[in-house]
Write a protein that binds this ligand. Structure first.
Ligand SMILES: Cc1ncc(COP(=O)(O)O)c(C=O)c1O
Length: 390
């Protein structure tokens, strides 16, 4: 018997909300660790992590303590007033990444980080064109949407894109020369594409992009909004693949649910900045900076990168079962390839109290769990998959 795809929830909680999201039929009341508790009393094992946001899981005591401490001390101050927490968190983040990306601009969302990265690339190079990769997702603002594959046809909405964009194939290192030239201001790439289904761009392609950018004077931007901040089992995918971009954007797990994003840049880029080149009200707010610092503290002190690597390997060995025929991605950004439509497998898992994500690929089920997930949790997923027909 086929299981129906996850249905859109009834609209009882949506009377005043813009109807732009298909929703899962779970009304979340509270969460702890990797568990979600619904209002109807059901408890779900969460392999979706609030779409890659809840890296530490829900209610981590040190994240909560950092938030409370900072809220009591000083909840908000504009960037016009210096605060030590802002500089301390930036120092912590740049140390976590390494790679000489030593300057941070704090903002609030992934799209906003990408928007600023693209703007800097135009400013610095004086060029007019961006190269992105097919199947990429970079966000929904005018510039981030313009470099997102398929956005114009699906949801873009602006009358025109703000600059020229060329999409290059994501799996052909030999072809990069055809796309990147001396008019290219920057190449933007998710080293592991998230929305497209945890698709690993891989080292040869990333190296080819780096080389071609060096040859032509274009800048290389890694959008690590989804794959960064420990999700691959390395601090960033740039570390995992030993390819150093000129800029990295980070968001999602950076705040573990508190909105914060960052644009990291090399010293060479930072040296060109002057007052008013970029700006923000909420970016660099002390609470955002305090949680970012706490997230890095917890990742390091609880050895969560090692846990991600260990448990990811365990998923690969134990979850090719039932309707799952293969695994792609890295760390805890994994795509399970499914013989049946992934939405059906997702619905069947949800009926067994396990929440997973889907992707733009109809045959990829996406796993984005918290870094504290353990092998016992994976056993529950693998047992549930084994009970779903292929
Ligand atoms: C790789 C990537 N870049 C950018 C974004 C946009 O981030 P935000 O929704 O915080 O603007 C997302 C969101 O899913 C993403 O996955």
């Amino acid at each position: 018997m086929t299981t129906p795809a996850v249905t859109v929830a009834t609209q009882t909680l949506a009377g005043h909300l813009a109807q732009v999201f298909a929703q899962y039929p779970i009304e979340v009341a509270h969460g702890d660790g990797v568990w979600l508790h619904a209002r109807d009393g059901r408890k779900y094992l969460d392999f979706y992590g609030g779409h890659a946001v809840a890296g530490l899981g829900y209610g981590h005591p040190r994240w909560l303590a950092a938030l409370e401490r900072q809220a009591r001390q000083m909840s908000f101050q504009t960037n016009a007033l210096p605060m030590v927490i802002r500089e301390r968190a930036a120092a912590r983040l740049t140390k976590f990444v390494g790679l000489g990306l030593d300057t941070v601009f704090w903002i609030n969302s992934g799209a906003e980080a990408n928007e600023n990265a693209l703007k800097l690339a135009f400013r610095l190079t004086g060029r007019s064109k961006i190269v992105a990769l097919e199947q990429s997702f970079h966000g929904r603002t005018a510039a981030a949407g313009a470099v997102t594959w398929g956005a114009l046809e699906k949801w873009y909405g602006f009358p025109r894109t703000p600059f020229d964009v060329t999409f290059a194939p994501r799996d052909n290192p030999a072809a990069v020369e055809q796309y990147i030239d001396r008019d290219t201001a920057a190449v933007i790439v998710e080293p592991i594409q998230g929305v497209s289904g945890a698709y690993d761009i891989g080292r040869p392609m990333l190296q080819a992009l780096r080389q071609r950018c060096d040859d032509t004077g274009a800048l290389l931007i890694f959008d690590e909004v989804q794959c960064g901040m420990g999700r691959t089992g390395a601090p960033f995918a740039a570390n995992l693949y030993a390819v150093t971009p000129d800029m990295i954007t980070a968001a999602k797990a950076l705040g573990n649910g508190f909105p914060v994003s960052a644009l990291l840049m090399s010293r060479r880029i930072a040296s060109h900045l002057k007052y008013d080149d970029m700006g923000t009200t909420f970016g660099g707010g002390p609470m955002a900076c305090a949680v970012a610092e706490a997230v890095i503290d917890v990742i390091e002190s609880e050895s969560l990168l090692a846990n991600v690597r260990l448990v990811s390997t365990y998923i690969r060995s134990n979850c090719i079962i039932g309707p799952v025929t293969g695994v792609q991605g890295a760390g805890f950004l994994l795509g399970l390839k499914t013989s049946r439509p992934a939405k059906e497998v997702q619905a069947a898992l949800l009926a067994k109290n396990i929440l997973t994500g889907t992707s733009a690929d109809p045959h990829i089920l996406r796993l984005l769990p918290a870094y504290i997930l353990n092998e016992g949790h994976v056993d529950q997923l693998s047992d549930a998959l084994a009970r779903i027909s292929a």
